[in-house]
Design a protein around this ligand. Structure first.
Ligand SMILES: NC(=O)CC[C@H](N)C(=O)O
Length: 230
């Protein structure tokens, strides 16, 4: 299974994502610059965190116009797995691949610490290795993670089981319904503010992010009739 890690001017979690793929599932992974116009070689696309284009206008608002994003939309339509983390989630929202928008954190402060997340949907390609209702420890680091959507969209997210992670206990940013991560209707596009790639080794304080990567590989293997990994 081949992974792409997109790189925009100002991305700063691209290396972490690359290393997380190498360390957790040892699959081929390449950096792909934002000007790329062909993602056909890749099975999964990681849109990493950071401060693309300096977060000017709104986080992700400029990156969404990068040539590579047309290819990400195509890849999503083809059912490939797309994972947007933090700034990556913001870019997916700005691109319309996921519903809703991000506001500044309620406190107007950048929050950088570990966060307790509840796994609400373990039926996505990204979460099958977690138990439903399990509480996991994944760090956050953002100033604009206050997820917002209107009531009709929220009702739709709930009806389609698109809320994948909620903050458990403390909601660090004021997001609607404690939402920390959502997927599209088809389940192959996931956006989340917390950083699973920063939780793949006890040295980093948590290994709870590892199973996100093993879930992705298992989902791909299942689709292609290969044996699962643990
Ligand atoms: N770690 C990140 O990706 C940060 C996201 C974004 N720049 C914010 O502050 O909200």
């Amino acid at each position: 299974m081949k992974f792409a890690v997109l790189v925009f001017p100002g991305s700063n979690c691209d290396i972490d994502c690359f290393k997380a793929v190498e360390q957790t599932i040892a699959q081929p992974v390449e950096y792909v610059w934002h000007t790329a116009t062909d993602l056909s070689a890749y099975d999964a696309i990681l849109v990493p965190g950071g401060f693309s284009y300096g977060d000017y206008l709104r986080c992700g608002a400029i990156s969404r116009f990068a040539p590579v994003m047309n290819e990400v939309v195509k890849a999503a339509e083809q059912g490939k797995f797309i994972l947007g983390i933090c700034n990556g989630f913001q870019i997916l929202l700005e691109s319309g691949l996921l519903p809703g928008a991000m506001l500044r954190n309620r406190t107007l402060k950048f929050r950088c610490h570990s966060a307790a997340l509840r796994v609400e949907n373990n039926g996505t390609p990204f979460t099958t290795q977690y138990a439903k209702g399990e509480v996991i420890d994944i760090p956050i680091a953002h100033g604009e993670g206050n997820y917002y959507c209107d009531d009709a969209t929220l009702a739709e997210l709930k009806a389609n089981n698109q809320i994948v992670f909620r903050y458990h206990g403390d909601n660090p940013n004021g997001s609607v319904d404690d939402i920390a991560g959502i997927c599209n209707k088809q389940g192959n596009v996931l956006g989340m503010m917390p950083h699973p790639e920063r939780a793949v080794d006890q040295l980093l304080g948590s290994e709870d992010g590892k199973r996100m990567f093993t879930s992705i590989l298992n989902a791909w293997r299942e689709k292609h009739g290969a044996a699962a990994v643990r």
